[in-house]
Write a protein that binds this ligand. Structure first.
Ligand SMILES: C[S@@+](CC[C@H](N)C(=O)[O-])C[C@H]1O[C@@H](n2cnc3c(N)ncnc32)[C@H](O)[C@@H]1O
Length: 265
């Protein structure tokens, strides 16, 4: 395990509508740096021809867009998804640049900085808005998570999912099943970028204390292998004590890059 440097930390999922004020008060970049950096690094593997395609689906987007800031450079057709309508509405505000939308510009600026391509944050946000073609309901506990007549082009070339599967699964078996369900959306040979919390059992969303199934690195790896993936990269980060602020009991963060096995089409 790598220790999180002091400048990287945190789980951006706290930037949910229920916690928007808090998020806007501390627009310090702490929250997004790890995720942006890692997602960016993984997705730029496309430059070597390893992660490529047209169609990307973000599983359990929540009300957040940070997880796609780097990815949007590589996929022209992006679908965002969430179980809750309130989160889908929040995404709609940002995508349509409507009043009350959350200001992600600090995150967009940071994504541009770490990518180092000289792109402006405004251009990055424009590209993401243009490439997100739809925001759809999803339920990862269903065998067909997007329903039977999905508007998303399937199968996808890649899936991104950040802090969703463990947060919505009551136990490990449910986590494994949810992973299996979303894997049906991915083409053989397609890529999964899975980001999540390690050994977390609860987190606060505003007043609410939400349960999370605590998963270890070994359990996530095993779930991926059982789910029909070859694990291409797996990194874990320890949450240092001074960043354990009482809003959860998370012990670390994992970043998995996995490729669905089977014949490529
Ligand atoms: C911890 S949040 C993560 C949100 C976002 N991906 C992020 O990184 O901040 C988990 C998300 O899963 C969504 N969710 C809840 N139940 C779900 C289900 N059955 N299927 C898919 N998503 C679900 C929640 O609405 C919430 O937005």
């Amino acid at each position: 395990m790598i220790h999180v440097p002091t400048w990287v930390s945190g789980l951006t999922r706290r930037l949910s509508p229920w916690n928007k004020e808090g998020a806007q008060r501390r627009t310090g970049l702490k929250e997004a740096r790890t995720i942006l950096a890692e997602t960016g690094i993984l997705l730029t593997q496309k430059g070597t021809g390893e992660v490529s395609g047209q169609v990307l689906i973000d599983i359990g987007s929540g009300p957040t867009i940070y997880q796609l800031l780097s990815a949007c450079a590589y996929f022209e057709d992006i679908t965002m998804t969430d179980f809750l309508e309130v989160n889908r509405q929040e995404l709609g505000l940002w995508l349509r640049e409507e009043p009350g939308a959350f200001d992600w510009s600090v995150y967009s600026q940071h994504a541009c900085l770490i990518e180092g391509k000289g792109e402006s944050w405004q251009e990055k946000e424009r590209q993401l808005r243009a490439r997100v073609k739809r925001v759809l309901p999803i339920d990862v506990h269903q065998a067909q998570p997007l329903g039977t007549s999905s508007l998303a082009p399937l199968p996808a070339d890649a899936l991104v999912s950040a802090f969703c599967l463990e947060a919505v699964s009551p136990d490990l078996a449910s986590f494994q099943r949810a992973l299996h369900h979303v894997t049906t959306l991915l083409r053989p040979g397609g890529h999964l970028l899975l980001i999540g919390a390690l050994e977390e059992s609860w987190y606060l969303a505003g007043e609410a204390r939400l349960s999370v199934v605590p998963v270890s690195e070994e359990e996530v790896r095993e779930a991926l292998v059982l789910g029909g993936y070859e694990v291409r990269d797996f990194r874990t980060y320890v949450m240092p004590a001074h960043l354990r602020t009482g809003v959860d009991d998370v012990k670390g963060v994992f970043f998995a890059w996995a490729q669905k096995m089977g014949v490529q089409v």
